[in-house]
Ligand binder design. Structure first.
Ligand SMILES: Cc1cc2nc3c(=O)[nH]c(=O)nc-3n(C[C@H](O)[C@H](O)[C@H](O)COP(=O)(O)OP(=O)(O)OC[C@H]3O[C@@H](n4cnc5c(N)ncnc54)[C@H](O)[C@@H]3O)c2cc1C
Length: 412
């Protein structure tokens, strides 16, 4: 029997699409090649950082990264590749980082960040879900005077940003050392525990009759009359009215629909551990000169860093873990970490921080929901709502204002 909606990929984006669509009365099947405990949506930092924080593609990012690379401290690594697509991506990324785009991106981030925060709060208050969620700001911590002063010019007259001295920063982050100059508290941002969130959302969706087909890989899309007529998996075949492709960084199936998006996997690491309660950070923080995030959770603390482009090797490379510890030690006193868990995953990174969302231009029943890069947790609820509105109300990209504003199909 033909299904209503099949979502391929059960990361946070696929799950949030399912959440919004089941609320609209649609019948959903989620197919994932794993069991949802491994992808980018599970091991990330959990920052909800849409407010007052520069996007990745901002003017100066290329020069700053090159300087750090020369000093051997860069969190960014670019692996040489024979794939010309990577060089096209890098070129377009550098060309996108303009002042004009920055203003537009910041405004879009605020719009969809607020929408997402409201949906997260609604899930906690009205759906009876229970996941670790805090709206207590994001601390940007600096050791480099030049970087701090540049940000000071931007933030000194900005609403909802508090400038903190070294001493005040220490109250939020007891482990910092004397090299720290000060910090900025971006008060509207927050954080959650992505592991708890994915587990809790899956439980909620199961209770609300969403079907999960796990450990089942979609291997082939079959096309007929400008539609997907059937999909083949490692176990069976299915057909549906509508298909949503939310496969994260993996664009194998999009290529079958003749799409090669300007998206690249950007590998990152997280290290999760327990530490003494009185030393734990009071809120989430970004050690901003070297892009290391530190997020307190219910019982643990997680640090994340690195942005490796041109690698699809899923293994944990010890050299990278050691480099994260080394960079962290530039900001902190030595502190004891126990019960350490290391993880690596891939961000689906577009050239300009704009997601790949909307109907395929050829296949009428195929919708994309990916390309959220380093902000998938920040925007997942908004993406779920946009995809729901697109499928159930507007039915065309051109009549959905959010697709026109936010999708990389229109912001290329
Ligand atoms: C180190 C790190 C730190 C991060 N920190 C943050 C942060 O602080 N805040 C934030 O907002 N974002 C953060 N992110 C980004 C965020 O994690 C991602 O944007 C988000 O998880 C992407 O979700 P997704 O659902 O698109 O992809 P994924 O979570 O990768 O899910 C895609 C799913 O598709 C499945 N799949 C793929 N191909 C197939 C197939 N053929 N058949 C069946 N299933 C398939 C996969 O198994 C996977 O489960 C971070 C990412 C990393 C790596």
């Amino acid at each position: 029997m033909k299904k209503d909606i099949i979502i391929i990929g059960g990361g946070v984006i696929g799950l949030m699409c399912a959440y919004c669509l089941q609320k609209s009365g649609r019948t959903i099947t989620i197919i994932d090649k794993n069991n949802l405990t491994d992808g980018a949506s599970f091991g990330n930092a959990g920052l909800l950082s849409a407010f007052k924080k520069a996007p990745l593609s901002n003017p100066g990012v290329v020069l700053d990264t090159l300087k750090l690379m020369i000093k051997g401290q860069s969190p960014v690594n670019i692996h040489p590749s024979l794939d010309l697509h990577l060089y096209k991506w890098l070129y377009k990324f550098a060309a996108s980082a303009t002042q004009e785009r920055l203003k537009r991106t910041l405004a879009l981030f605020e719009r969809y960040g607020e929408l997402s925060l409201n949906i997260y709060k609604d899930m906690l208050e009205n759906d009876g879900m229970d996941f670790y969620f805090k709206e207590d700001g994001l601390l940007l911590v600096y050791t480099e005077e030049k970087n701090f002063n540049e940000k000071l010019q931007i933030y000194k007259n900005t609403h909802n940003v508090e400038i903190l001295s070294k001493e005040k920063t220490k109250e939020y982050m007891p482990i910092i050392n004397d090299k720290v100059i000060g910090s900025f508290l971006l008060k509207e941002n927050g954080h959650l525990d992505p592991t708890e969130f994915v587990v809790e959302l899956k439980k909620y969706l199961e209770k609300n009759n969403v079907e999960f087909l796990l450990n089942e890989e979609v291997t082939k899309l079959e096309f007929e009359n400008n539609e997907i007529s059937k999909i083949y998996t490692s176990k069976s075949s299915y057909s549906a009215q509508t298909y949503i492709l939310s496969t994260g960084f993996d664009d194998t199936l999009a290529k079958q629909a003749q799409n090669r998006f300007l998206m690249t996997p950007a590998k990152g690491y997280s290290i999760t551990f327990t530490m003494q309660e009185e030393q734990k950070p009071k809120t989430c923080a970004l050690f901003a000169d070297l892009f290391i995030a530190m997020t307190p959770r219910r019982d643990t603390v997680r640090i994340t860093s690195k942005l490796e482009i041109g690698s699809t090797n899923p293994n944990i490379v010890q050299k990278q873990i050691n480099s994260i510890y080394k960079n962290l030690s530039l900001y902190t006193e030595d502190f004891k970490k126990e019960n350490i868990e290391e993880w690596a995953g891939f961000r689906p990174l577009t050239i300009n921080d704009m997601p790949i969302i909307g109907f395929d231009k050829t296949y009428k029943n195929l919708v994309y929901a990916t390309g959220l890069g380093w902000l998938g947790i920040t925007f997942a609820p908004a993406i779920g709502k946009i995809i729901n509105d697109l499928i159930t109300i507007n039915k065309k990209n051109e009549t959905n204002i959010d697709i026109l504003l936010f999708s990389s199909f229109y912001q290329g």
